[in-house]
Design a binder for this molecule. Structure first.
Ligand code: NAD
Ligand code: DAU
Length: 332
């Protein structure tokens, strides 16, 4: 199978590149990635010399770059995005451009290329906050931050290309991922980085917000299931069934690192903070997928991986010095 993956040098992308190369002997994987602060060729270090992998450095908003990279694709997995909620709160332009306009360029190019399937990776954030119960795929979209709104636009743009042009777009809405290579602006790797340095951990608000944690390897298997069995025009939640408050997650990180809870520092909340995400995963389960990695074991393994890759953490953080200084000024 010939894949085009956008965002393949980022967290989920680099894990999916490896998963495809390791599990499908005949896979040919083209990656299109702009190598923003979050994209890093070092994330693909051990597979870069595999002749089944072709790397295209380019922007998904650039029609020529997209046409070159997509030319041979049978399966498009669209992951490239500006993914950090806090950055989008500081300024939503990059998220609107990449997440919405970039998706439009990819969909338009796909009309000419006619891949067998276009997997449009959205997010559970398109539904907004879920104070109780769970959201099924029929729930109204109610994104509440600029990142999520741009992703919701892209989610429905994919659907519009299915309805209007018959493009075989399958949409996924995954829960919060964790695992190796996550850029350390996100809760888990950021807090591991800071705890290793005995620096305070800035917990937004009361820390009782709930996330459903999906291991990235389970997510990779879900994406392959959807590429093979997803019905065009349909959206699928990818739930993990691992709801945890941020404080519970943070205490687990501290416990694994042998660091004290006195590092926890309650700081000003994220504006518009979604206090809970929760998905009903029955539709994807009906295609035969279920998460396999147990939360506590997966999280402890991730913390150990991050602690063992301290140079990678330091170098990743160094690429965003200005962002961290601005966003956390007055918080820690
Ligand atoms: P990430 O930030 O780690 O990686 C994003 C990648 O996209 C980077 O390699 C970056 O260089 C690339 N990129 C950014 N802008 C680009 C552009 N204009 N052109 C080409 N490449 C560009 O993100 P991630 O966590 O791996 O997320 C991947 C996808 O999964 C995103 O679409 C995100 O919205 C979605 N998602 C992520 C999670 C999560 O918890 N990480 C959960 C649900 C959905
Ligand atoms: O739910 C899926 C989404 O998960 C993806 O679509 C996003 O791309 C991804 O970034 C993630 O968004 P979150 O906002 O949930 O992830 P983040 O790691 O930024 O935050 C997780 C929780 O931790 C959230 O409740 C905010 C809190 N937090 C985060 C940071 C960075 C803190 O309390 N302090 C922090 O410094």
């Amino acid at each position: 199978m010939r894949y085009l993956m956008t965002g393949g040098a980022g967290f989920i992308g680099c894990n999916l590149v490896r998963y495809l190369l390791w599990t499908q002997v005949s896979a040919q994987v083209a990656v299109l990635d702009k190598l923003t602060y979050a994209g890093n060729l070092a994330n693909l270090d051990d597979v870069l010399d595999d002749n089944r992998l072709t790397f295209f450095e380019g922007d998904i908003c650039d029609r020529e770059a997209v046409a070159d990279a997509m030319a041979e694709a049978e399966v498009v997995v669209h992951l490239a995005a500006e993914t950090h909620v806090d950055r989008s709160i500081m300024g939503g332009e990059a998220a609107a451009r990449t997440n919405f306009m970039g998706t439009q360029v990819l969909l338009e190019t796909a009309r000419a290329v006619q891949p067998r399937v276009f997997l449009n990776v959205a997010t559970d954030e398109v539904y907004g906050c879920c104070p109780q119960g769970e959201f099924s795929e029929e729930a109204p979209l109610n994104p509440r931050n600029p990142y999520a709104a741009a992703k919701a636009g892209a989610d429905r743009l994919g659907y519009a290309y299915y309805v209007t042009y018959g493009l075989p777009v399958v949409t996924s809405r995954p829960a919060n991922n964790y695992g190796p290579y996550q850029y350390p602006e996100k809760l888990v790797p950021f807090f591991v980085y800071r705890a290793l340095r005995d620096e305070p951990l800035p917990v937004y608000g009361d820390g009782l917000q709930v996330r459903d944690w999906l291991h990235v390897e389970d997510h990779c298997r879900a994406m392959v299931t959807l590429a093979e069995k997803g019905v065009p025009g349909e959206a699928y939640n990818i739930a993990a069934g691992n709801e945890s408050t941020n404080l519970t997650t943070i205490r687990l990180i501290l416990d694994e690192l042998g660091k004290p809870e006195s590092l926890i520092r309650y700081v000003e909340d994220r504006p518009g903070h979604d206090v809970r995400y929760a998905l009903n995963g029955a539709k994807l389960a009906a295609l035969g997928w279920k998460p396999e990695i147990l939360w506590e074991e997966g999280m402890r393994r991730t913390v150990r991986w991050l602690a063992a890759h301290r140079d990678w953490l330091e170098q990743s953080i160094a690429r965003s010095k200005e962002y961290f200084e601005q966003w956390y000024a007055g918080r820690v």
